[in-house]
Structure formats: C-alpha cells, structure tokens
Design a protein around this ligand. Structure first.
Ligand code: FES
Length: 158
C-alpha cells in the first residue's frame, strides 16, 4: 500500500474549508493552498487524494492547479523567489536583478539551490510598478531593488 501524502491534519483543514459550501469542489483552491502550506508543493499523489476528498476528478484539480502560477506542481526550496519580468521592472533593471540572483545562487529559472534553500521563478506584474524592480520571496514583497540590496535581503532567508 502506498503511503498517503495528506496527513490527518491536512484533511481536517480541508474539511473545514469546504464545510460552508454546498459543493466540496468550491474549496478546491483553498485545498491546494493548504497542501502547499504544509508540504511546500502539490504532488500528483496529493492532487489525487484531494480529488477524492473534494469529490472531483484529478484532471479537474490538475487544470486548476496548473492555471494558478502560485501553486507549485514541482518540488521547491524552503524559500521561493519570484522575479517580476513585466514591463516596468524590465525598464527599471530587471536584468541586473535576475543576473545577480542567478550568479549569487548559481541557479536559473525553475531550479533550486543544492541545499534546498531557494527556488527561482519568474512572475508577471506584482502590482507595485511604481517601486520597480520588484521580487517576492515567499509572501514578502521587496521593492526598489538594486543588486546590493538583494544580498542583505537574501541573508534574512535561512
Ligand atoms: S512590472 Fe514589476 S511590479 Fe509591475
């Protein structure tokens, strides 16, 4: 028997999320967020188990999970760095920020550092264009960036 991905704690959080809805499927995104919060990412097995719990097909859950770029379908490190690559950030020094991150961490987009500390991803506009260039690390927004500021910021994520 294969080991389950979802713990009893995950399941009770997800059950709480759907109990106020007429259909369990209404809690699909919340369920994905709960799994990601507790496991960092959402594996295929987790999708199957969530589908069973929410009385949905795994394909339906998968298409929703794939649509939302903030749901990770591949393993990620402890800290996920999302670099805004939209127009204002491009103009205000996106390339310098990205190159600095790549050199400093020795990884490219979609990759994770060896010690599992950082994963580097791109994201479209973070909604803070007047403070470009910007990145998000986990849920923290960092704005008006320069390569020098980046080093101090990275140090705060162990
Ligand atoms: S373009 Fe980067 S925050 Fe809007």
């Amino acid at each position: 028997m294969t080991e389950k991905v979802l713990t009893s704690g995950d399941i009770s959080e997800i059950e709480k999320a759907y109990q106020h809805f007429p259909l369990r499927s209404a809690a699909c995104i919340e369920g994905l967020k709960i799994i990601q919060k507790n496991h960092r990412w959402v594996s295929d097995d987790a999708v199957k188990e969530l589908a069973e719990l929410l009385e949905m097909s795994p394909a339906a859950i998968d298409s929703i999970a794939t649509y939302y770029s903030l749901i990770f379908r591949k393993p990620v490190g402890r800290h996920v760095i999302m670099v805004c690559d939209s127009v204002s950030c491009w103009i205000m020094g996106y390339e310098g920020i990205l190159n600095h991150l790549k050199n400093r961490l020795n990884i490219g987009y979609g990759e994770t550092t060896q010690e599992d500390r950082f994963t580097l991803l791109s994201i479209c506009c973070l909604g803070t264009c007047d403070h470009a260039p910007a990145i998000m690390i986990n849920n923290d927004l960092h704005r008006d960036l320069t390569p020098d500021k980046l080093d101090a910021i990275l140090e705060t994520y162990k």
